[in-house]
Design a protein around this ligand. Structure first.
Ligand SMILES: C[S@@+](CC[C@H](N)C(=O)[O-])C[C@H]1O[C@@H](n2cnc3c(N)ncnc32)[C@H](O)[C@@H]1O
Length: 184
């Protein structure tokens, strides 16, 4: 993938920049863009039909501070952005890939985290959530080997984060795991 030319994508490319991995229906991405019009966000999603759908919705709603990319998050993060360019990376409810032989397809793994460390500015934050506890434990093993440290961030999780997953998680009695991790 090629480097994005932020100046030709965003109306004001000097705004702080965030990145969401696997935005799915875009519930969070749209909410974040509207809540923080003074920021820009890039979302990457591996399923093209979802990118097209959300792209139409973003345009219809007049959101001009979000840009969507179709592709693999790890490759997109490495290739499309300059180092030290992001404030926040969001990864909510990533695919669990339950079978052991598929674990290598999970997004949060050491290789992804080392790219995230490069692309975030010093003090940058990584937000992760999932209702699949074994996946959470696997992700936390990778995070423990990285330079990210968990911080308390009640304001984000209580007042800003939004998702349609809570209903499903409650129905299936699955725990909600979440955390904010900051670079030293
Ligand atoms: C379970 S859904 C969660 C969607 C959204 N984050 C949410 O919280 O509702 C996981 C999403 O990640 C996308 N995805 C999976 N692997 C990906 C990858 N390597 N790069 C980008 N997107 C990916 C899937 O297509 C799917 O839309």
């Amino acid at each position: 993938m090629t480097r994005l030319k932020l100046e030709s994508i965003f109306r004001d490319f000097s705004r702080p920049l965030d990145f969401e991995v696997g935005f799915g229906r875009g519930v969070f991405l749209r909410h974040w863009s509207k809540t923080f019009p003074e920021r820009n966000i890039i979302g990457v999603e591996i399923r093209k039909s979802i990118v097209t759908l959300l792209g139409e919705r973003v345009e219809k709603e007049g959101i001009d501070n979000a840009h969507l990319i179709h592709g693999n998050a790890e490759i997109a993060l490495e290739d499309t952005l300059e180092d030290n360019s992001l404030d926040n990376i969001f990864i909510f409810h990533p695919d669990p890939w339950f079978k052991k032989r598929h674990h290598k397809r999970r997004v949060v793994r050491p290789q992804f985290l080392s790219i995230a460390e490069k692309k975030l500015k010093p003090g940058g934050k990584l937000y992760i959530s999932t209702d699949v506890t074994p996946l959470w434990e696997g992700m936390m093993e990778s995070v423990a080997e990285s330079n990210f440290k968990e911080i308390k961030d009640d304001h984000f999780w209580n007042d800003i984060y939004t998702t349609h997953w809570h209903t499903y998680s409650e129905e299936d009695k699955r725990d909600f795991n979440f955390g904010t991790f900051q670079l030293n």
